[in-house]
Design a protein. Structure first.
Length: 510
C-alpha cells in the first residue's frame, strides 16, 4: 500500500521573525500546530529541522509532545527531505510543507492528492499565484525526490527542494475548490511580526485549533474583523488582475506628503481591502524610496508596481536606451525589488523617437521577465491612436474624469485589444472640490443622481466607461483611502446618467 508522509521544514533563524517556530499560536508552538493540523486525519508527519545548535529547541520540544522529527543540513534542505524519507519505497508519496503556514490542514493536502491521481500527475502544488500565501503544499513521489538529490548540486535547488522536480516532472498547478481568490487580502502565512499577530487573532478562542477546517479560517480572514470592509472589485481580465482602484504613489512624496505612520496605515487599509497595485513615477520626488522605507514588508510585498518613467529628452538611440535602463534600474533599487508589473514611457513621442530605441530597451526587460507589460502615457485620442501602433503595447494610462473628458471615446479605438487601461485625474487634482461653478454643478448632480457627494459622483463617472480597468487615485490620509475605496464599491453611472453629467458640464468645462 502506498504511504504518504508529510515532511515539514522548520528552523529558528528566520531573518524576518527569528524564533517564530516556537512562538505560541492556538495554545501551542507554531510548528506543533502545523504538524498536528497536517496529521489530523492520519497522515504520517516528520518535522525536518537543522543541525544548528539553536534548532535543538525545536527538536526537543517535538520529542516532548511525541511528534517525529529529524535533523540535517541547514542549507541542504533537499538532503533533509531525502533523509526524512529514507525508509520509504520509491512509489510512496511525500508532502512538503513549511512550518510557518498553520492554516492549511490534512483536507487541503488530500484535495491536492486526489486531483493529482485524477490527472495522472507525479508532482503537484497549490498554485499560490492564485491562492493566498500560507496555503502552499507540494506532493511528489519519493522516487523523484531521490532523483532530484542525485541530479543537482545547485545551491538554489538544494535549498528550495523542488525546483529540479518542476523542471523535470509533469506538474499540476492546482487551485482548491474553496479558494477565496484575492491572494493579497487572504494572506495567512507567518512571515513577520504583524503576520504573527494576525494569525494569533485568527486562532484565538478556537475550542479546537487543530480541528477547525482551513475553509472556516479563510472565511474568517475575509470577514470585517480582519479586513474592515469588503474588497474592491476587479475589472481587469489580464494576467495583472488589477484592482479597480490602484494607489497613486505621487501622493506619498512632496511637501504635503503624509507621515510614515500614516503611509503604513494607508497601505494596510489598501491591501486588506484588496488593492493590489501602486503606480509610482521617477518624477514623483522620492516616492519610490518612501514606499520602500515606510511600508512594512508584509504590506509592500503584497503590492505590485506600475512604474512611470521620466521624459528622456533625447533623439540619440544609444542614449535613449541608456536613459531607459538607468531610470528602471534606479526604480528597482529604490523600490527594493527587481520586478515591475508594467513600465510606462512618459509619452508616445518618446516611444517612437530615437528609432524606437527606448521602447526596444523596455521590450528587452520584458523578455527577461523583469517587466510584465510595457506601455505609455497618452493625453489625447490622437496620441492613443499612435500608441496602438507600438509593437507589444500592453498598457496605457491617461486622464479621464468629469473635468477632463477628451479621451471619453477611447473605447472605440481600443476595441477588444489586450491593453490594460488605467486612468487618473478622477478628481482633477482636487479642483472639483474648490469653490467654482464646476463644483456647484457637481454638487447639484450628485444630489440629483443619488450619489453620496462629489467624490462619489466623480468615481462613478470614470468607472462608467467600460474600457477603464483601474483608477489611479492618490490619497493623503487613511480616512480618504477608506472613503475612496467605498466609492469604488458603488455602482458606476449608467450610460444615461453619464450623458446627463456631460451635457450639464459641457457648458462649464471648456
Amino acid at each position: 500500500m502506498t504511504r504518504t508522509r508529510v515532511v515539514i521544514q522548520s528552523r529558528l533563524n528566520s531573518s524576518r521573525l527569528p524564533g517564530k517556530a516556537l512562538m505560541t499560536i492556538g495554545g501551542m508552538p507554531l510548528i506543533e500546530l502545523v504538524a498536528r493540523r497536517a496529521s489530523r486525519d492520519g497522515h504520517e508527519v516528520v518535522v525536518a529541522t537543522s543541525e544548528e545548535q539553536y534548532d535543538t529547541r525545536i527538536f526537543d520540544h517535538l520529542a516532548r509532545v511525541d511528534i517525529p522529527a529529524m535533523r540535517g543540513s541547514l542549507d541542504d534542505v533537499l538532503g533533509r527531505f531525502v533523509e526524512a524519507t529514507k525508509d520509504m519505497d520509491d512509489d510512496d508519496r511525500v508532502v512538503r510543507l513549511t512550518g510557518d503556514n498553520p492554516v492549511g490542514d490534512s483536507s487541503l493536502i488530500d484535495e491536492l492528492v486526489e486531483a493529482m491521481d485524477a490527472g495522472g500527475y507525479e508532482y503537484g502544488r497549490n498554485d499560490v499565484s492564485h491562492m493566498p500565501e500560507g496555503l502552499g503544499c507540494e506532493v511528489f513521489r519519493v522516487r523523484d525526490l531521490r532523483r532530484a538529490a542525485a541530479s543537482t548540486s545547485d545551491p538554489y535547488d538544494r535549498e528550495h527542494v523542488t525546483p529540479w522536480l518542476r523542471r523535470n516532472v509533469k506538474t499540476l498547478d492546482f487551485v482548491p475548490a474553496a479558494n477565496p481568490g484575492d491572494p493579497e487580502r487572504f494572506r495567512c502565512t507567518v512571515d513577520v511580526l504583524s503576520d504573527y499577530d494576525r494569525v494569533c487573532r485568527l486562532f484565538a478562542n478556537k475550542p479546537d485549533p487543530v480541528a477547525v477546517p482551513w475553509t472556516d479560517l479563510i472565511a474568517e480572514i475575509g470577514g470585517p474583523a480582519f479586513t474592515a470592509g469588503p474588497s474592491v472589485p476587479r475589472r481587469d481580465d489580464s494576467e495583472l488582475d488589477q484592482s479597480v482602484m490602484i494607489l497613486g504613489g505621487q501622493a506619498f512624496a512632496g511637501p504635503n506628503a503624509p507621515s510614515a505612520a500614516e503611509i503604513r496605515a494607508m497601505l494596510a487599509t489598501a491591501v486588506n481591502r484588496g488593492v493590489n497595485h501602486v503606480e509610482v513615477g521617477r518624477g514623483d520626488h522620492n516616492a519610490e524610496e518612501i514606499l520602500h522605507k515606510c511600508g512594512e514588508p508584509q504590506l509592500t510585498q503584497r503590492l505590485h508596481f506600475i512604474s512611470r518613467l521620466r521624459e528622456m529628452r533625447t533623439n540619440d538611440p544609444r542614449l535613449a536606451a541608456a536613459v531607459i535602463e538607468a531610470q528602471l534600474e534606479r526604480s528597482f533599487a529604490e523600490l527594493g525589488r527587481r520586478r515591475a508589473s508594467a513600465v510606462l514611457m512618459a509619452n508616445v513621442d518618446e516611444a517612437h523617437d530615437a528609432d524606437g530605441a527606448g521602447w526596444h530597451r523596455l521590450r528587452d526587460y520584458q523578455d527577461s521577465g523583469e517587466v510584465g507589460r510595457i506601455g505609455v502615457n497618452v493625453e489625447s485620442l490622437e496620441e492613443l491612436e499612435r500608441a496602438l501602433d507600438l509593437t507589444g503595447l500592453g498598457y496605457v494610462q491617461f486622464p479621464l474624469g468629469v473635468a477632463d473628458r477628451q479621451l471619453r471615446a477611447a473605447g472605440e479605438l481600443l476595441g477588444g485589444r489586450d491593453v490594460v487601461v488605467t486612468t487618473h485625474a478622477t478628481f482633477a487634482g482636487g479642483t472639483v472640490f474648490d469653490p467654482s461653478e464646476l463644483n456647484r454643478q457637481l454638487v447639484l448632480l450628485a444630489h440629483e443622481l443619488g450619489r453620496a457627494n462629489v467624490a462619489d459622483l466623480c468615481v462613478a463617472y470614470s468607472l462608467s466607461h467600460q474600457f477603464v480597468d483601474s483608477l489611479a487615485i492618490g490619497t493623503r490620509s487613511n480616512q480618504q483611502m477608506i472613503d475612496d475605496l467605498a466609492y469604488c464599491l458603488n455602482a458606476p453611472l449608467t450610460a444615461d446618467e453619464r450623458d446627463a453629467v456631460e451635457e450639464r458640464l459641457d457648458a462649464v468645462v471648456s
